[in-house]
Design a binder for this molecule. Structure first.
Ligand code: CND
Ligand code: ZN
Length: 375
């Protein structure tokens, strides 16, 4: 029995930016009162992990255990925990839900005030970490940290899912799938018969395409500078694929012409501020809506002509597709099991955890959709 004891296990440590991750033996302390220790079974690699590793998120502290898109089994729980128990299959939540703060009580919000996503302390509520390596404190990432055999999260940052769910697939519901899918179905509320444009065809953008299709969009224009991404985009529902590099005109002019004045909904799923403005300009005068999904480097600013908004366009942004995790995650897992949604196409590679650096190489080289690591 490991309950109540420190667990020694393997984790991928990011000691500093721009260096490969190093697999080390770490010590994982037992969960405190409101905490849950989880044995990770599968974790996807998301571009947000790479943004931190590349040093683009200067407010995030190293050394750190990255990873935030996972499924696992509860190993043990703190004495105040009531919603999960040892043996439960779970997904850690990047957007926590305390159910008591103004945001949790608000029907339209999915971010929690208690676990404020802007703070990035990398620590638990008592300002300590459950992770250490060679005597050094290791920070957590997005209240989850899943590139490790064991992690500890707050009870408000984890939810039980159906035991029958295959972890190497449903782990994507922990970030990429929900983020893209929810951006279309929940944040934008794409309507049947509409025209949608998705910029960036990684795991997030492809999931946005799936959401647009499920919502009944009749045209889904997929945009990427890497044409190798086009076949997958078509497979999940894109009706047309275009590369900005094939035109001399700016991409928003190309899209405006293709769509008789602009799209109903546009989604920026890359994280480039100029592309966010292009997405807005690609939406139709009077009713177009843009959702910002991509994460820009810390401190980056958008500059735009207010006339774009004055003339009836809207811009929104959302983390995790605007979904409240505690309700939507188990529901999406059920929808996956009953084949209402399909996310299998998103997983392009499955590697053993030890090959994590190869997974990051594929991501940087534009050679994958999602790599899932299994433990
Ligand atoms: P990934 O790198 O797999 O995909 C990005 C795609 O964008 C690639 O296919 C690129 O070729 C393409 N691209 C790059 N530049 C351009 C350009 N100028 N025009 C068109 N396409 C381009 O990344 P991902 O899908 O894992 O993540 C995408 C973004 O979403 C990234 O910024 C990530 O940090 C962010 C994100 C947001 C959220 C959220 O909750 N809002 C959650 N997770 C990730
Ligand atoms: Zn992510």
């Amino acid at each position: 029995v490991t309950s109540g004891k420190v667990i020694k296990c393997k984790a991928a440590i990011a000691w500093e930016p721009k260096k490969p991750l190093s697999i080390e033996e770490i010590e994982v302390a037992p969960p405190k009162d409101h905490e849950v220790r989880i044995k990770i079974l599968a974790s996807g690699i998301c571009r947000s992990d790479d943004h931190v590793l590349e040093g683009l998120k200067s407010n995030i502290k190293f050394p750190i255990i990255l990873g935030h898109e996972a499924a696992g089994i509860v190993e043990s729980v703190g004495r105040a925990v009531t919603t999960v128990k040892p043996g439960d299959k779970v997904i850690p939540l990047i957007v926590s839900q305390c159910r008591e703060c103004q945001c949790c009580k608000h029907p339209n919000a999915n971010l929690c005030v208690k676990a404020d996503i802007r703070k990035h302390t990398g620590l638990m509520d008592d300002n300590t970490s459950r992770f250490s390596c060679k005597g050094k404190l290791i920070h957590n990432f997005l209240d989850t940290s899943t590139f490790t055999e064991y992690t500890v999260v707050n009870e408000i940052s984890v939810v039980k899912i159906d035991d029958a769910a295959p972890s190497e697939k449903v782990c994507l519901i922990g970030c990429g799938f929900s983020t893209g899918y929810g951006s279309a179905t929940h944040t934008a509320k794409v309507h049947a018969g509409s025209t949608c444009v998705v910029f960036g065809l990684g795991g997030i953008g492809l999931s946005a395409i799936i959401g647009c299709q499920v919502a009944g969009a009749s045209r889904i224009i997929a945009v990427d500078i890497n044409k190798d991404k086009f076949p997958k985009a078509k497979a999940v529902g894109a009706t047309e694929c275009i590369s900005p590099q094939d035109y001399t005109k700016p991409i928003h002019e190309v899209i405006t012409e293709m769509t008789d004045g602009g799209a109903d909904y546009t989604f920026e799923c890359v994280g480039i501020t100029d592309l966010m403005v292009s997405a807005l300009k690609s939406s139709h005068y009077g009713f177009g809506a843009t959702v910002i999904v991509g994460v820009a480097p810390t401190g980056a600013k958008i500059s735009l002509d207010p006339m774009l908004l004055l003339t009836g366009r809207t811009v929104k942004g959302a983390i995790f597709g605007g979904f409240k995790g505690k309700e939507s995650v188990p529901q999406m897992v059920t929808d996956y099991l009953t084949k209402k949604i399909n996310l299998d196409e998103l997983v392009s590679h499955t590697f053993p955890f030890e090959k994590i650096n190869e997974g990051f190489k594929l991501l940087r080289g534009g050679k994958c959709t999602r790599t899932v690591l299994t433990f």
